[in-house]
Ligand binder design. Structure first.
Ligand SMILES: NC(=O)c1ccc[n+]([C@@H]2O[C@H](COP(=O)([O-])OP(=O)(O)OC[C@H]3O[C@@H](n4cnc5c(N)ncnc54)[C@H](OP(=O)(O)O)[C@@H]3O)[C@@H](O)[C@H]2O)c1
Length: 304
């Protein structure tokens, strides 16, 4: 069993990952800029908490002392596109170098599902995620980058946007609603992360992960309505819907911060589908389909 540093433990994925790592028998140290954010976490008494910032190498050095492996779940989108890329690169480099100095056995990064061939035309948000992976993988510490598209679970920004679309009296179909996506349930992402963090045979590599369903955004909206038991509603095609124009309304409807909505809408113009299915051979995990993932997310909300 290992001591694992979890960055982003106050976030959506990290909040699901920490209890799973504890259940798997690992010791967990959470890195956060504000430890009080973890005060209400049900697992707070079972973890160590390190105050730190991935832009601050000294805080990372202290946080990584005695740690075997680290998972990088850092996400900050409250910046202009150029600043976002610059900052993500700086954060990834600082983290990579600190991990190297601390002699960690492994880094695991959860990035976005994207095609390396389209790097020049990615949204700034996807490009920043992509480049963070490039930086992390360049270090001496074996680094696994798991790449996922939309992660479905209560509290995920993407899921809350889907839920908000389901509250409208009409289904709107912007031009990018034909973009294809391969969503995955948060429990399955956590299963891949936990499995990866227990292994030494993976070296440095990229692994694309996704659920069994490849759906357009329009199909996702329709399937969501069916699973949520909502009544049928007509679909209105929108011929023009730039993310900048729709982001304020989507943010207002979903309660998701506009800084997060805009890059997610911009990234939705590109397919996010698993092209390399090596995960099937590398892991013994059978991800659940879209409907089950939505059902679980809705149930989780009820029990919160
Ligand atoms: N959610 C999805 O649908 C999805 C899909 C694919 C990939 N991913 C990837 O999964 C990762 C986590 O996503 P998420 O949805 O869980 O994000 P999230 O809920 O927005 O959480 C972001 C986390 O980043 C931490 N953070 C931000 N700036 C930091 C800094 N300077 N130093 C230290 N920590 C910092 C925050 O911690 P504090 O504020 O406590 O410091 C927070 O816990 C991201 O890399 C994302 O690209 C997510």
């Amino acid at each position: 069993m290992a001591t694992i540093l979890v960055t982003g433990a106050t976030g959506f994925i990290g909040g699901h990952l920490v209890p799973a790592l504890l259940d798997a028998g690992h010791r967990v140290r959470c890195l956060t800029r504000d430890p009080s954010k973890l005060d209400d976490a049900p697992w707070r008494d079972r973890v160590q908490v390190a105050r730190g910032d991935v832009t601050d190498w000294l805080s990372l050095e202290l946080a990584m002392d005695g740690v075997d492996r680290a998972v990088y779940l850092v996400h900050g989108m409250d910046a202009s596109p150029a600043e976002l890329v610059r900052r993500e690169l700086e954060m990834a480099r600082t983290f990579r170098d600190a991990a190297e100095r601390a002699g960690l056995d492994q880094l695991v990064y959860l990035g976005g599902l994207t095609d390396d061939d389209v790097v020049t035309t990615m949204s700034p948000h996807m490009y920043a995620r992509y480049q963070a992976g490039v930086e992390l993988r360049q270090g001496a510490v074996p680094t696994v980058e798991l790449r996922a598209a939309i992660v479905l679970g209560a509290g995920s920004a993407s899921f809350e946007m889907l839920r908000a679309a389901g509250r409208l009296p009409l289904m709107v179909a912007p031009p990018w609603s034909r973009t294809r996506c391969q969503p995955i349930a948060v429990d399955d992402v956590v299963a891949y992360l936990v499995d990866t963090l227990g292994r030494d045979d993976l070296g440095t590599r990229i692994v694309e992960i996704g659920g069994p369903d490849v759906l357009t955004y329009r199909e996702m909206g329709q399937r969501y309505l069916e699973v949520a038991g909502a009544r049928w509603r007509p679909t209105v095609p929108l011929l023009w819907s730039p993310p900048e124009a729709s982001a304020p309304a989507v943010s207002w409807l979903s309660g998701v911060d506009q800084d997060l909505v805009l890059p997610l809408l911009t990234s939705a113009r590109r397919d996010a589908v698993v092209e390399d299915d090596a995960a099937r051979d590398l892991y013994d995990i059978e991800p659940v389909g879209f409907d089950t993932a939505v059902r679980r997310a809705l149930a989780e909300e009820v029990h919160r």
